[in-house]
Structures are given as C-alpha cells and as structure tokens.
Design a protein around this ligand. Structure first.
Ligand code: C5P
Length: 314
C-alpha cells in the first residue's frame, strides 16, 4: 500500500487583534501568523478496507472521529465519494512534537497535513485554494497551516495573504507541560470582558482591517527589521489569559528579563515566545530561562521561523 509522510509546522502569532463579533458566532480577527520548525510528522497509508483509522504516540490526543485529522479524512470522503471509494480507506499516523492545547495550532497542522496526504493518496488533484476552502470548514487555523510561512490572516483567521518573512529569525518557546488553555474559553472570556470595545461591522471595521496591514509591524516585516517586529508584537488574548493563569504571567515576565527582541503569548496560550536575532541569542535566552525557572514541568524549545506549512517529509 502507498504511503506519504508529511511534516506539519506549528505556528506562532506575531499579532492577534480582535476586531469584533461575527454573525456566525466567531470573532473577526486580524492576525500575523508565522510557521516555525517545531513540527509533527503525519503519515497517511492506504487501506484495502473502507475505514479511517488514526494512531498517535501522544496519550492525550484523541484517535476517534473527534480528532481534526480524522475529520479531514471524513470531509474528503464525503465530498468526493466516487473518487475516494475505489482507493479503499486510510490510516493516519501522527507523531506528535507540537504540544497540545498550547496556542501553536498543533491539531490544525495535523489536519492540514492529513488533507495534503490524502489528496495525494486518493489522487484528488485538489489545488491549494481548494484545500484551503476545505480546511476552513475544519478550523480557522487550518488554511494558514496549509500555506505556512508568514501571513496576514483576516476574517475568522481563515483568509490568508502571504507576507515576506524575516531573515534568519529564531523564537524561544516555553510552556508548562501540565497547563493547557481551551481556545473557546479564551474567546468567550474576552467577549464577556471586552465586547464593549468591539467595532461594528461596516465602515469602521473595514477601515480598521485596511489599516492594520499597513501598520507598523507589517512595515517592519517588509524591511526585515527584526528589532522593530519585536517591538510591535501584540496579542489581545493576553488580556484574559494572563490574569487567569498566574503561572503564564510569571513565565512571560521571566522571559522578558532574559532579553531578546520581544516576548508574547501565542494564540490562546499558554505558550510564550521570545524573538531572537539568531541561534546564539536564542540559545542564550533558553539557557537563562532554564536557570531562572528550575521547574521540570517547564519545557523550552529553540525554534527557527519556517517558510512553509505542510510539506512532504525528506
Ligand atoms: O476555528 P476553531 O474551531 O479552531 O476555533 C476554536 C474556537 O475559538 C471557536 O469555537 C470559537 O470559540 C473561538 N474562535 C473565535 N473566533 C475566531 C476563531 C476562533 O471566537 N475567529
């Protein structure tokens, strides 16, 4: 049976601004997303029987139909029954390196890899844009995880416009392994506390969305000015996660003290990252953080920005 192995990159958010409510219950966002080289490996293997099976080496990842990669397979199966049927089923094997419930889009990355792998396995011949439209049905971050690199994401996060990436940047990531934040909780709490600041749909909102891409951080990215990018990092969800998770606030403060170009929580957290100009600065920050917080539950990664999302493994 044929098989394909793909790498599925995690993302960090260099910018996450919550604009307001949407009629579909989601939030209107403007984000700058960045792929990093912390990645899962996803293998799809053809099966003679018409079943979908999923295996994962991480005990906390569900292997049933609630897994987003399983849902990706079911979505293709239902959308293209006549093409898929003659091929039989598929087994999806996920080797997990991206922490779960971390704000790094690990589940979305696996779903993106499953879409790409199954498209190849089942000979569907889908274009990148078709894959992204299907991916958006699975989760707001899946289209970015397919595209990867550096991008502005608007709408509920599923509309992607690529940006030029920085030259040779690194990010030091840190997360308490036992701590997870549920994304729906973070957005719901934000709505409860800050909906009075939401902008109405219409002129005011579209003006805001037009202005942000022209804003300081985008200009800094265009100039590949890492120092400036570090100064303009923003994540509105910090306003609800940091006060409710004291350990994440303490971690962020400690990381700020370690230097680097800027420190921010990624997505709905609780992963915090610090941008570094190069590998040696990143390694020095990681060593200092380890010395500062001697908790075996704290995991630290030195990662490099990546220019792609899902790709065939070497
Ligand atoms: O799209 P996804 O399923 O990954 O989103 C997870 C949850 O995060 C949603 O159920 C919603 O509560 C919240 N969310 C939101 N607005 C967005 C994206 C996510 O409110 N743009």
């Amino acid at each position: 049976m044929r098989l394909y192995t793909l790498t599925a990159s995690a993302k960090i958010n260099l910018y996450l601004e919550i604009i307001g409510d949407r009629s579909d219950g989601y939030h209107e966002l403007v984000m700058i997303m960045q792929s990093i080289d912390l990645a899962d490996r996803v293998t799809v293997r053809g099966l003679a029987t018409p079943n979908i099976y999923l295996k994962c080496d991480h005990p906390d990842v569900p292997t049933d139909s609630t897994n987003l990669a399983y849902k990706a397979a079911a979505l293709l199966w239902e959308a293209f029954p006549n093409v898929v049927k003659p091929h039989g089923g598929a087994e999806i094997i996920i080797e997990k390196n991206i922490p779960i419930g971390a704000g790094l889009a690990g589940g979305s990355a696996d779903a993106a890899a499953a879409l790409v792998g199954l498209d190849l396995l089942w000979g569907l011949g889908l274009t990148q844009s078709e894959l992204q439209t299907l991916g958006a049905k699975l989760g707001s971050d899946v289209p970015f995880c397919l595209a990867g690199g550096t991008a502005i994401a608007t709408g509920r996060g599923e509309q992607i416009d690529s940006l030029q990436g920085l030259d040779e940047p690194y990010a030091v990531l840190a997360k308490y392994q036992s701590l997870e934040v549920a994304t729906p909780w973070a957005y719901k709490t934000y709505r409860q506390e800050f909906s009075s600041t939401y902008r109405e749909v219409g002129r005011e909102r579209s003006l805001q969305q037009e202005l942000v891409p022209l804003g300081a951080i985008v200009q800094a990215l265009a100039k590949s000015a890492k120092q400036e990018v570090g100064q303009y990092l923003r994540n509105d969800l910090e306003k609800v996660v940091l006060p409710n998770y004291a350990a994440v606030q303490v971690l962020k403060d400690a990381m700020v003290e370690c230097g680097g170009l800027g420190t921010l929580m990624s997505g709905s957290g609780p992963t915090v990252f610090t941008l570094a100009a190069d590998r040696s600065q990143a390694e020095a920050i990681a060593a200092q953080l380890k010395a500062q917080i001697s908790d075996p539950d704290l995991k630290i990664w030195v990662t490099r920005f990546a220019s792609s999302g899902v790709k065939l493994a070497a």
